[in-house]
Design a binder for this molecule. Structure first.
Ligand SMILES: [Zn+2]
Length: 84
């Protein structure tokens, strides 16, 4: 299962997302290039893995900490830009 897999995430604008969803072959090629062949293959191997089920509480803690770290990074870099 890759629904909550970090490797299965790519932030795209609405148009690019819609385009890739309508072009399955290009979508595969895009993700191979985006992740690299090895990471793509590893992600693909997890598609049918259903056990163990993901621990959603643990995922929430993990992603919340990543969001917090990104927020701090963004805020710090904004402060640096303001100082210049
Ligand atoms: Zn786009």
């Amino acid at each position: 299962m890759t629904r909550w897999d970090e490797e299965n995430c790519c932030a795209l604008c609405f148009g690019c997302h819609q385009y890739l969803d309508s072009q399955p072959i290009e979508k595969v090629e895009f993700f191979k290039e985006w992740l690299g062949e090895n990471n793509f293959n590893m992600l693909n191997s997890r598609v049918r893995q259903v056990h163990p089920k993901p621990d959603k509480n643990l995922l929430m803690i993990y992603y919340q900490s990543k969001i917090k770290a990104l927020g701090k990074g963004t805020e710090a870099s904004l402060r640096e830009k303001i100082k210049q």
